[in-house]
Ligand binder design. Sequence first.
Ligand code: ZN
Length: 64
Amino acid sequence: MEIDKLCPMCGGSEIGKGRTIGQGGMVPIKSLMKGSMVYADICTECGHILSMRVEKPEMFKNKN
Ligand SMILES: [Zn+2]
């Protein structure tokens, strides 16, 4: 998916993609399981994070 949005903070148009490393992943708050990788869209001008999302959103459903 191509990203063609602008940074709401500085108007920059170059949006980079980042991901967490090491222990920076996100885990369900009640879980001790291995976490899910977190991806972020980052403005390469000012560093503003436009959005973050996890690799495995189904892990965070409240069903039990
Ligand atoms: Zn920016």
